[in-house]
Structures are given as structure tokens and as C-alpha cells.
Design a protein around this ligand. Sequence first.
Ligand code: S3P
Length: 167
Amino acid sequence: MLYFLIGYMGSGKTSLAKRVSKRSGLPWIDTDKEIEKQEGRTVAEIFIEKGEKHFRNLESQFIQSLDASDSLIVATGGGLPCFNNNIELINELGKTFYLQLSAAKLTERLLESSSERPLLANKTAKEIKDFIEQSLNEREPHYLRSHHVLNANIPFDRLTEEVVKLF
Ligand code: S3P
């Protein structure tokens, strides 16, 4: 079974994947890291050199290459479920878990790490806040199609246990 952790940038998908992997013994991957390995450059470089649309196509190709019979935890890039009908595909490939957080909470977290993220780089704090509010509104209908919606604003250990219970 494939287990997909989805949600906005900064919702903790990668950290949770690592923790759930330890707890369950299943291996984990991160789609951004896999695409970076495959392309030999960072996500930020792909955005700059080839554009967002190209990156979205790489994300779709990547999930199409997954084997549904593998046992694997997959932390996806924040935008992956929201383009090219990818949410439908990952819902078919395995179980999906949405780590839900409010725009305010995400803004708080992302203000600290915006420079590593191409969609937030070179924006002021106010622009980041507005961008998160608007794009979360657009994205949430896709995220909400996942099999499980989890409140991610709880202690990390509890969130880990909740996910493992649902495996
Ligand atoms: C993106 C999220 C990033 C990465 C890229 C675009 C997005 O992943 O895929 O920068 O559109 O939300 P994280 O959610 O792991 O930061």
C-alpha cells in the first residue's frame, strides 16, 4: 500500500513521513527530493530554468511511475495534489492523508523558511500572508478530496499515532 501525506507547504509532511516511517518500519520518500535526484537540480532551479508548468509535469510523471503494490510512505510537494488531477490518481494508488492547518498558522511557519521556497521567495511578509490565504483557498478543495483529513495543529507525537492507526 502507498500512503500519501499531502498538504500546504509548511504543514509538516516531510517531518511526519520520517516519524511515521520510524514508527511503522515502512520506508518513506519525498517527491521534491526524488525529482531533484532525477533532474540533477533543485526544485528552485527547475522553477527558474524551466518554469512551474514543467515542474508540475515532472510531479505528475513521478506519481505515475509509482507502483501501487509497494509499501511506501510518500510525502508530496505542496502543490502536487492540486494540478493535473493528481489527487484522483493518488487516491486510486493508495491512502491519502491531508495535514490541515489554517492560513494563519501556515503563514507563521512559512515566514521562517520562505527563501527556500520558490513560490514565496522575494515576497514581503504581507505578500506571503496574502499569497497563502489566496492559494490555500484555491487548493483546499483538492486537498479535501483526500481519504483522511487530519488536524495538523496538535502535538507531533499524537499526529504520528493518528496516522499510524489509520494505516
Ligand atoms: C510547492 C511546494 C514545495 C515544492 C515547490 C512547490 C507548492 O514542496 O514542491 O516549491 O506549490 O506548494 P513543500 O510543500 O514540500 O514545501
